[in-house]
Design a protein. Structure first.
Length: 368
C-alpha cells in the first residue's frame, strides 16, 4: 500500500502540471519526495496561494519526465493507493504517461472521512467533503511538516486513514461498552467542532479546548446522560446500535441535545473550584447538574471543602440544595477520606439515593 499526494500548478489535468509528488508506504518509509520544474507553466499564482511553491523554488529541479522511470517502478509494485481526493492525484500522474493498473485498489480517505463525519451538504444532496486539515483537527494530528506540502499531507492522510480503520475495529468490538464509549465521545467531538466557533471568549476556545483539560471526555459523559432521555422516541428501535453514519440518525439525535447544557455541565465538572469561585448563585450550579453528582464530583468537593475555607459555605449550600445531607455532615466534621475515591471508580450518586438518609440527618445538619 502506498500513500500519494501531488501539488500542481492548477486544477486542470490537461493543461496544469505536477510540481511536487510525495509517496510513502504504510510503514512510514518515504519512497519519493520530489519537486519538479514544469515544462510549460512559468507561473501559477492562484495555486501558489495554497501550496506555497514558487517558480523560484523549482527552477533548478528536474522535470517529471526525468523521474518517470522511478515513479513507474513504485506504482508497478503496489496493489493499493491511498490518498485524499485520490483520483485528482491519479489523473495528473496518468497524464504524465505513467501507467497505473485499472484494477488497483484506490482508497479515498476524503470520502471515507466524509461518510464518517456525515455532515449533510444540501447543495449537492450528499455528505459534505472536508479539507484534510479539518480531518486532522478532528483526530488531533500534530503536523511536523507544513500543511499543503505534499510530504506533510501524505503523513496526515495515513494518520487519518489509520484512525478510521481503528474506528471500525472499535465499533465492531464484541464488547458493547467499548463501542458505546467510543461512539459517545465521537458524537461529543463532532458537537464541539461544530459549535466551537460560537463559544464565548475565555470560556471555550479552539486554543484551550485540548490544553486546559480533557474536554471531550467530560462532554461525552454529559451527552451520554442526555441521550438516555432522547433515544426512547419513534425514531429509534429498542435495541440501539452504535453506528452513527446515517444522516437521519445524527440529525434526530443532535436536534434533541441541548448543546449549551452539555457545555455548562462539562465546564463545571472539570473544575468545581473555578465554577464555585465564579458564581454568585450556587443554586444555578446544582440546577445545571440536575442535582446529581458522580463520585469524582464529590471527591472534588471534598478537597475544596477541606483546603479552601472561603468556599465551604458555597459547597455546603450546593450539597444541601441537592439533598446530599449526609455528605455535608461528613464534610462539616472533617470526614473527607471516604470520599477521596480512586479516579477509576465511576459510581453515579444522585439525590434519590441520598434521600433515603435525608430525614435521619436533617435536624443535625441544620444545627451544624
Amino acid at each position: 500500500m502506498i500513500i500519494i499526494d501531488t501539488k500542481t500548478t492548477g486544477l486542470d489535468k490537461e493543461n496544469d502540471e505536477i510540481i511536487q509528488l510525495s509517496i510513502m508506504n504504510d510503514k512510514d518509509e518515504i519512497l519519493m519526495d520530489q519537486y519538479f520544474k514544469p515544462t510549460n507553466k512559468t507561473e501559477w499564482n492562484e495555486a501558489m496561494k495554497t501550496n506555497k511553491i514558487t517558480p523560484e523554488m523549482v527552477k533548478d529541479c528536474p522535470t517529471i519526465e526525468n523521474c518517470k522511470e522511478q515513479i513507474q517502478n513504485i506504482f508497478s509494485k503496489e496493489n493499493t493507493i491511498v490518498g485524499y481526493n485520490t483520483n485528482f492525484d491519479i489523473d495528473f500522474i496518468k497524464n504524465n504517461n505513467i501507467e497505473i493498473d485499472e484494477n488497483i485498489n484506490v482508497i479515498d480517505v476524503m470520502l471515507e472521512f466524509a461518510n464518517m463525519y456525515n455532515e449533510y451538504d444540501q447543495k449537492h444532496e450528499g455528505t459534505k467533503w472536508k479539507k484534510l486539515t479539518f480531518a486532522t483537527d478532528f483526530y488531533d494530528f500534530k503536523w511536523d511538516e507544513e500543511a499543503h506540502n505534499s510530504l506533510g499531507d501524505i503523513k496526515a492522510t495515513l494518520y487519518v486513514y489509520n484512525k478510521l480503520q481503528e474506528r471500525q475495529r472499535v465499533l465492531n468490538s464484541p464488547d458493547i461498552n467499548i463501542a458505546e464509549d467510543y461512539a459517545m465521545k465521537e458524537i461529543a467531538k463532532k458537537i464541539v467542532m461544530k459549535y466551537n466557533k460560537d463559544f464565548e471568549e475565555g470560556k471555550f476556545t479552539a486554543q484551550n479546548l485540548n490544553e486546559t483539560f480533557d474536554f471531550y471526555n467530560d462532554i461525552a459523559e454529559c451527552v451520554q446522560d442526555l441521550i438516555v432521555y432522547t433515544l426512547h422516541t419513534n425514531y429509534y428501535p429498542q435495541n440501539i446500535t452504535f453506528e452513527f453514519d446515517k444522516q437521519k440518525d445524527m440529525k434526530h439525535l443532535l436536534t434533541k441535545i441541548d448543546i449549551q447544557s452539555c457545555l455548562d455541565i462539562a465546564y463545571i465538572r472539570h473544575d468545581f473550584k473555578k465554577a464555585l469561585e465564579e458564581t454568585d448563585n450556587v443554586f444555578d450550579i446544582s440546577y445545571k447538574l440536575k442535582w446529581s453528582f458522580s463520585s469524582e464530583d464529590i471527591s472534588q468537593l471534598a478537597i475544596i471543602h477541606r483546603d479552601h475555607p472561603n468556599l465551604r459555605e458555597k459547597v455546603y449550600d450546593l450539597l444541601e440544595d441537592s439533598n446530599f445531607h449526609s455528605v455535608n455532615t461528613d464534610f462539616v466534621i472533617g470526614n473527607y477520606d471516604k470520599y477521596l475515591l480512586d479516579k477509576s471508580t465511576d459510581i453515579q450518586m444522585d439525590q434519590q439515593e441520598d434521600n433515603e438518609e435525608e430525614y435521619d440527618y436533617d435536624e443535625d445538619v441544620m444545627e451544624l
